[in-house]
Design a protein around this ligand. Structure first.
Ligand code: TYM
Length: 332
């Protein structure tokens, strides 16, 4: 059976981008067609300036949003990365397979290190080595597929390279994974700056729809989305990124192609109104379920505990095999 692994990093409140690019597909398709693991990748949240209490809060919130989105712990495995030691154990071996140059080429490292430096913050070494930990997340489970948004495909490609190199040097140990981006909304853009990704850790929040925003707040953010001064509505990502973003969001909500939607509008006002309504309705059931789950944190904790036990049992033999293959003595 196909094995799927994917994760979400608790560095901020989850966004519409996380939902359309990842979460929704995990719940509606992936968990039902494969042996799937979904992880709150909390160790990754320590790669940037962080507040311990906030990371704890956001980790539990991410887990309950994953369940609220429809992940069913009877069907798939939901767990927290830091509860399974194998991730960190394998990450070190992969650092010994990766090169400094390939880590520095990662677009996210370049962007985030520039941003940190501009804010007068030092750049943590773990931000550079992050893709080795992400590769470990995937390779420890011998995952075939990694459903992610566009922004993560470079990291998944690096995981492939590391798996191939390891297998070649030390003997076949890992499955070679591939990224599977969604057909639409692979990259939801910021409503105020449609040339950048809608990102949960960005500071300016007016262009970001959070999954737990109130309906009025969602409407206001969509109605104020930046468009352009050209006439009519057309789907053109390069020339008209703001309108294209709205059309893609509406497309992801309605299942109609962005080009078809573009033909049915002649002004931005109605396009924005319909998009706002569609997003509010899309998120309503998730918000209701999240409110129920947050009233019962012990349920969420129980899911994570059981998920970690299942995940550990899967990862352990592969990571042990990698330790032997690379030349480390087995414990006596
Ligand atoms: P993260 O936490 O930034 O995002 C979680 C998922 O949401 C997708 N996503 C988006 N999709 C479309 N439009 C957007 N604006 C948008 N923003 C985020 C991401 O592509 C991702 O699928 N490094 C990863 C977490 C990770 C991981 C892993 C993922 C760690 N280890 C192993 C898969 C497998 C990250 O930071 O995702």
């Amino acid at each position: 059976m196909t094995r799927i692994f994917s994760g979400i990093k608790p560095t901020g409140h989850l966004t519409l981008g996380n939902y359309l690019g990842a979460l929704r597909r995990w719940a509606e398709e992936d968990q039902h067609r494969a042996d799937a693991l979904f992880c709150v990748v909390d160790l990754h949240a320590l790669t940037v300036d962080h507040d311990p209490a906030r990371v704890r809060r956001l980790s539990r919130q991410a887990a309950s949003l994953m369940l609220a989105a429809g992940l069913d712990p009877q069907v798939c495995t939901v767990f927290a990365q830091s509860h399974v030691d194998e991730h960190a154990r394998l990450s070190y071996l992969l650092e010994c397979v990766a090169t400094d140059g390939e880590m520095r080429r990662m677009i996210q490292y370049k962007e985030k290190s520039v941003r940190a430096q501009a804010a007068g913050q030092s750049v943590r070494l773990s931000l550079l080595t992050y893709p080795a930990l992400m590769a470990a997340d995937i390779l420890a489970y011998r995952a075939d597929e990694v459903p992610v948004g566009d922004d993560q495909t470079q990291h998944v490609e690096l995981s492939r390279d590391l798996a191939e190199r390891f297998n070649q040097r030390y003997g076949h140990t890992f499955v070679i994974p591939k990224a599977t981006p969604p057909a639409v909304a692979a990259r939801v853009m910021d409503l105020q700056d449609p040339t950048s990704k809608m990102g949960k850790s960005h500071e300016a929040t007016a262009g970001i729809v959070y999954l737990l925003d109130e309906p009025e707040v969602i409407s206001k953010k969509v109605m104020r989305a930046v468009t352009d001064s050209a006439d009519g509505v057309a789907y053109d990502r390069a020339e008209r990124p703001g309108v294209a973003n709205l059309l893609e969001i509406l497309s992801a909500c309605t299942g109609k192609e962005p080009e078809v939607l573009a033909d049915s509008y002649d002004g931005y006002g109605t396009l924005k109104r319909d998009t706002a309504e569609a997003v509010v309705e899309l998120l309503r059931p998730l918000q209701t379920r999240h409110a129920e789950l947050s009233a019962d944190p012990s349920y969420v904790d129980g899911v994570l505990r059981e998920g970690a036990a299942k995940a550990r049992a899967l990862a352990r033999p592969t990571v042990d095999a990698a330790y032997r293959a690379i030349g480390l003595l087995p414990p006596a």
